[in-house]
Design a protein. Sequence first.
Length: 333
Amino acid sequence: MRKRILSRLALVGVLALTAAGCSTGGDDPEAGGDGGNGGGGGGETITVGFAQTGSESGWRSANTESMKEAFSADNGFELIFNAADNDPAAQIAAVRSFINQGVDAIVIAPIVEDGWDDVLQEAQDADIPVILEDRTVTASEDLYATWVGLDFKLEGQKAGEWAAENFTEPTKMVVLEGTTGSAPANDRAEGFDAAIEGTPIEKIDSQTGDFTRDGGKSVMEGFLQKYGADGIDLVYAHNDDMGLGAIEAIEAAGAVPGEDIKIITIDAVRDGMQALVDGKINYIVECNPLLGEKAAELVKAVLAGEEVEKRTIVEDQAFDQAAAEEALPDRKY
Ligand code: GYE
């Protein structure tokens, strides 16, 4: 198809210009002409643009690895990878560039929930299906083919239920929020707050640490200055990395994380699980980052014109110290 060959040539040019931060799976982009968006069967190469959030956390590294592994040349894909460094405008620009390059499908891990309507409409107008992974958007479901991810509200709820069971005396809690406007930050707050309603746990402060270890550390330093280590009983961090940053801040303030100040986090990446085993974190709700295989399967199904579920939710577990000790040796991320 002429249009496809032209877009392939444009793609080669763009790739040559934007080598930094990008990777592709194919050796010869001209070799696997797929005859349009219906491609995906018959062993032809499928070109996929993947707009990742950035590289903010251990969870994100595991997710990126899982996606790159699944969208490999061996599996019939040519992957154009972009990480937007947590900048929503840069992520939308990356998606626009995928549309201009005429990729077969676009996969997005949306940094924030809002602001997607226009670019999703543009993808639809260009007849390029969009598959969401990990986070959700507020845009109409008609603007994307399908989503695979986690139930963030349930994760927050499980964390809150554990807190409600274990803190039956008046408890001063601070919260380290994920990226403002992101689905996991919104939903993990909502699920947790509902679960602790009516308990003696009082949220005395809440601020974003942007899902990063440094962010968690500096926000926690601020809380410790403001309230003193004695004025804080519990930290709820929306991910492990911020909890790990909080541990550093608590230790630097001369207090004992996991004892003087208890910590609950979400993700269950290896470093978080190790801190739980070491007694520095008290409870972790899992969030599975290994979504690549399912995402790749969905891309192939959508391009083959098959009916797919609008939402695929991957199940999570939760760990206390004993469960973490048992799980850690076989942990994949
Ligand atoms: O929990 C956090 C990451 O969107 C579920 O993003 C993901 C979250 C994850 O940065 O560590």
